[in-house]
Design a protein around this ligand. Structure first.
Ligand code: ZN
Length: 136
């Protein structure tokens, strides 16, 4: 293994760091869209960047391309409430996510998931993890 090289590379190349961060976001939800539960293929800004939303964990959620594209620059909750697949438990999960309480968010998402097939894939989160990690 070349762990030392990897760290060195990350310092040199912020893009690599961002990619790992995005991958970790997807892994939290078991690679499923936070809005509809389909496979997440993108990262969506809950508060759009055009409205000052930051690229931080609290404002970035895994989303499928359909939700991400459809939502576009709309405020996430306004948009989500109008969707056929709206689920109040998911809305609560997104709120918890924005509050930085990923543990609660994931519990709500598990609850909202119609089958529990994703349950095993969702990792348990240690409290000392660094949630303030920012996208460069
Ligand atoms: Zn979706």
């Amino acid at each position: 293994m070349h762990n030392r090289d990897a760290v060195f590379l990350e310092d040199l190349c912020p893009k690599l760091r961002v990619r790992r961060w995005r991958q970790s976001l997807h892994s939290f939800t078991g690679k499923s869209c936070i809005f509809c539960g389909k496979p997440s293929e993108s990262i969506d800004h809950v508060v759009p960047q055009s409205r000052g939303g930051l690229s931080i964990t609290e404002n970035c959620v895994p989303a499928c391309l359909s939700c991400n594209g459809d939502k576009s620059d709309t405020e996430a909750f306004d948009w989500y409430r109008r969707q056929r697949f709206y689920d109040p438990r998911r809305a609560m999960a997104i709120r918890a996510w924005m509050d930085g309480d990923l543990r609660l968010a994931l519990r709500l998402l598990q609850w909202a998931q119609p089958n529990n097939s994703n349950k095993e894939k969702i990792p348990s989160i240690s409290t000392d993890q660094d949630w303030t990690l920012q996208a460069a």
